[in-house]
Design a protein around this ligand. Structure first.
Ligand code: ATP
Ligand code: ATP
Ligand code: MG
Ligand code: MG
Length: 332
């Protein structure tokens, strides 16, 4: 393509400056950026512009549940380097959930989050139009926001007791589920996974704590069934597996609920729940998950979990925002 003559280039430049001034004077500032972006894309075409057409877009099929799952990269090593408790570091799990709350606060089309170990699944409602259902945009944004929030909140959870030694990373994928049954089976699959892994890990680390080497513990557990591991825990370590913390056995489900907080006020919060999702009871108790219209305005009884760090974090955030608004109001 030939370059434009100099005087034409100057005229375009002058018109461009005038257009920008006009924009700033007459149009609310929140729209100026979008209009300018549009103008730039339409007017300032360079001879390199054609490369844009090489981009491929992948749109997530309509009318399907979208599940985006993030998983920590090399977390086996990450947990070792940071001296996480074995087999479950409560603070590490809570930090994962706090990062997930940050993602759910950003994307209000997520109906449920589910986390265990170094992974979190986010279920976007069937009719979600988030980023026009563009796969790349959604997957990359969820992964980067989750990672940023994990790092941002590290100190909130670990205080000064444990410095972050290197930047963790999370991959992400999007999977589509066309039926409610498929979605339920997906969540059941992840929850069955935590059960299998946690029962194994709890038995393994108790054997190691009792003096076996890692290799000996592994040999001892080879080919054992769930019932065998339950028996080892009970007869050798006096542990009833069912009494282990529900968060370790079931993972963390994050739901949006109205919760009554101090002074009888109710707040919309993202609350952690440690229930079984495989049976029907969970879906009967929370019908709004599969049917958005079934949303109830009744407050949800969160019980002792009102003290949970995730809930307290959101209440603190709410109070800070309210305080800020009050101050702004007073000074204006
Ligand atoms: P989208 O989410 O669609 O990407 P966006 O608001 O991020 O929207 P971009 O087209 O990515 O829009 O443009 C980035 C904007 O940020 C531009 O307006 C650019 O001028 C501004 N920007 C980026 N980096 C800087 C910087 N270092 N200093 C000042 N402005 C910047
Ligand atoms: P990849 O990069 O392929 O995902 P990985 O090392 O992250 O590899 P995973 O299969 O994702 O492997 O397993 C995660 C590991 O992190 C497991 O070993 C699990 O026990 C450990 N882990 C994750 N969260 C915690 C936690 N809160 N406390 C203790 N260990 C944890
Ligand atoms: Mg991993
Ligand atoms: Mg994993």
């Amino acid at each position: 393509m030939r370059a434009l003559p100099r005087d034409v280039t100057i005229s375009i430049g002058v018109m461009w400056t005038m257009w920008n001034k006009l924009l700033i004077k007459t149009i609310p500032s929140k729209f100026v950026h979008e209009i300018r972006k549009f103008s730039v894309s339409k007017m300032a075409k360079s001879r390199f512009e054609y490369v844009k057409s090489f981009e491929q877009s992948d749109t997530l099929l309509k009318n399907c549940w979208i599940v985006v799952r993030v998983d920590g990269k090399g977390f086996h090593k990450f947990c070792d380097v940071h001296g996480f408790d074995k087999p479950n570091d409560r603070r590490g799990l809570n930090l994962m959930s706090l990062a997930a709350v940050n993602v759910m606060l950003e994307f209000n089309e997520i109906v449920v989050g589910y986390g265990q170990s170094d992974e979190y699944s986010f279920v976007f409602k069937r009719d979600s139009t988030v980023y026009e259902r563009r796969r790349d945009k959604l997957v990359s944004y969820v992964a980067s926001l989750f990672t940023a929030a994990y790092i941002f909140n590290w100190q909130y959870i670990f205080k000064d007791s444990l410095p972050l030694k290197y930047p963790p990373a999370f991959d992400a994928r999007a999977v589509l589920y066309p039926t409610d049954e498929n979605l339920r089976d997906y969540l059941s699959w992840r929850q069955a996974d935590v059960h299998i892994n946690n029962l194994y890990n709890t038995t393994f680390w108790n054997l190691v704590a009792s003096g076996l080497t890692n290799a000996e513990a592994e040999t001892r557990l080879r080919k054992t069934l769930s019932s065998d591991k339950n028996e080892i825990l009970f007869s050798e370590f006096n542990i009833n597996y069912n009494n282990e913390p529900a968060m370790y056995r079931k993972g963390t489900v994050l739901l949006r609920k109205k919760v009554t907080v101090a002074d009888n006020k109710s707040l919309s919060l993202i609350v952690p729940i440690f229930d079984d999702m495989i049976g029907d009871k969970f879906w009967q108790t929370h019908p709004e998950l599969l049917d958005g219209k079934a949303k109830s305005n009744d407050p949800f009884d969160i019980g002792a979990d009102i003290e949970h760090v995730l809930v307290q974090y959101q209440i603190e955030k709410h109070n800070k925002r309210k305080e800020g608004m009050k101050r702004k109001h007073e000074t204006s």
